[in-house]
Structures are given as structure tokens and as C-alpha cells.
Design a protein around this ligand. Structure first.
Ligand SMILES: C[S@@+](CC[C@H](N)C(=O)[O-])C[C@H]1O[C@@H](n2cnc3c(N)ncnc32)[C@H](O)[C@@H]1O
Length: 239
């Protein structure tokens, strides 16, 4: 099976670019702007085509963002400079540098099953300087198990038709999405994406075990928190 996002790289921003940018602006960028007081280093996990790096440096030009993704196609397609690319698994990475911020946007961490997310939090704790922050947005259980329980729809852009079929697999507590891209009646490719969700209490407990204390969890579009919202933004601080 081809790895998710290898084939989608070419048309990812055509379909997701605007929504991803809005998500970054409302979510991670808004919280990071309150904490960054000047030049700072940022590691972006599941960075894809580097939408996050662009949004963050547009807002805060003194930031130096390194983009980590397991799909070199996504990093290259987004023109992330080679010296700012790290190709690897966000559930198992080691960095030579320590960072002021680790971020992860547009629900990238939902790609990690619970064990892998726990492992990712351990790697994040190693990658952050003391007092550094982890900031990420994360889709809620409501999205995976209710909104996407059984949902299919198609979008058309520049002659491409992207069909998505979401299905919640209750037995495995995960969401499976099949994406199919067609043009002129021909199927160009098909990818399967599997996503997970960890409840906030468990996530915070595991993070605390690695010295990452939760400062805030909010709905992406407000300062309040409601479990049934689609997307939450977490801010954690390393001891
Ligand atoms: C929804 S996209 C988000 C991309 C980007 N953060 C954005 O805002 O547009 C999820 C990204 O996570 C990456 N990804 C998924 N699982 C990964 C893993 N275990 N390690 C590294 N990257 C991963 C995918 O390759 C993809 O680029």
C-alpha cells in the first residue's frame, strides 16, 4: 500500500491549502504569538507542504521553522528548503538541536495511534528546551466518531475531482478515509488515511509523565472549551 500523502502531495494545497491556513491562523499561530517574544526556533511535526511555516513566519518573521514529515513528496512539493526539512516519523524522532517551540497543525497528530502519540510526546519533551512549548490543534472524538461516522462527498477544483469517503471503525476506535482523485473520468490515484483520537485527560496525563504541563486547551474559534467542538488547540510547557 502506498504511504498516505505520497500521491496527494501534488494537489494537496489545491484542495486543503486555504482551510489549512485558516486553521493555523486561528489555532497555533494565535497562541504562539502570545508566547514568542523575538527570534525563536520551531519544529513543525507532520508539516506536509509547510503551510504552517509560511503562516508562522508571515506573522512572526523572526521565527526559524524546521519542517518534519514522513512524506518527502509533501515537503518537496511545498518547496520547504532542504536545509529546513527533516524526513522522519513524528512518533520516533531525535533532533540534534533543541527547540523553543514544537508545533503540529491541521490535525497531523490525529494520524498517530495512541501508543505512537505517547511516543511522540516523549520525543517532543526531548526536543524542547526547558520552558519551551508544544502547541498543536487536534480533531475531537466528535469529528471521527460522529461527523465522519459514514460520510462521502466530492469536491471539484481545476478539473480534478476529489472524492472522500469517511468511515468510523468502532471496533478499532479509528477513522478510515479513502481519497480518490479523478480527472476526465480516469482515476489518478487512491489513498487510505487512518486517524485516531486520544481523550484530553489521557493525553494530558501522558504528557505530564514526560514533563509537559498543560497550560490551556481551547476550542479553535474561542477561548472556551467544549468537548463536542470539532477542533481543540493545546498549549503545553516543558518543565
Ligand atoms: C493533514 S496533513 C497536515 C499537513 C500540514 N501540517 C498542514 O497544515 O497542511 C498530515 C501530515 O502528517 C504527515 N504524517 C502523518 N503521519 C506521520 C508520521 N507518523 N510521521 C511524520 N509525518 C506524518 C502526513 O505525511 C501529512 O503531511
Amino acid at each position: 500500500m502506498t504511504i498516505a500523502y505520497a500521491q496527494w502531495a501534488d494537489t494537496y494545497e489545491l484542495f486543503e491549502g486555504e482551510t489549512a491556513q485558516d486553521t493555523w491562523r486561528q489555532g497555533i499561530a494565535a497562541d504562539l504569538a502570545k508566547l514568542a517574544g523575538g527570534p525563536a526556533t520551531v519544529l513543525d511535526l507532520g508539516a506536509g507542504t509547510g503551510v504552517g511555516a509560511r503562516v508562522l513566519t508571515e506573522l512572526l518573521p523572526a521565527l526559524q521553522v524546521t519542517s518534519l514529515d514522513r512524506s518527502p513528496e509533501m515537503l518537496d512539493r511545498g518547496k520547504v528548503p532542504k536545509e529546513r526539512q527533516l524526513v522522519g516519523d513524528m512518533a520516533d524522532f531525535r533532533t540534534d538541536s533543541v527547540y523553543d517551540f514544537v508545533v503540529s497543525g491541521f490535525d497531523a497528530l490525529n494520524y498517530l495511534p495512541p501508543q505512537a502519540l505517547a511516543s511522540c510526546l516523549s520525543c517532543v519533551a526531548d526536543a524542547l528546551r526547558p520552558g519551551g512549548h508544544l502547541i498543536f490543534d487536534y480533531s475531537s472524538r466528535k469529528v471521527l466518531s460522529s461527523d465522519w461516522r459514514a460520510l462521502a462527498y466530492e469536491q471539484e477544483k481545476d478539473g480534478y475531482r476529489l472524492h472522500r469517503r469517511h468511515h468510523y471503525e468502532a471496533a478499532f476506535d479509528r477513522s478510515r478515509t479513502v481519497l480518490t482523485l479523478r480527472r476526465d473520468g480516469q482515476t489518478l490515484w487512491r489513498e487510505t488515511h487512518v486517524q485516531y483520537v486520544m481523550d484530553p485527560f489521557t493525553l494530558e496525563e501522558i504528557a505530564r509523565g514526560h514533563g509537559l504541563q498543560t497550560l490551556s486547551v481551547r476550542n479553535i474559534d474561542s477561548d472556551t472549551y467544549s468537548p463536542q467542538h470539532t477542533t481543540h488547540v493545546y498549549v503545553l510547557r516543558k518543565d
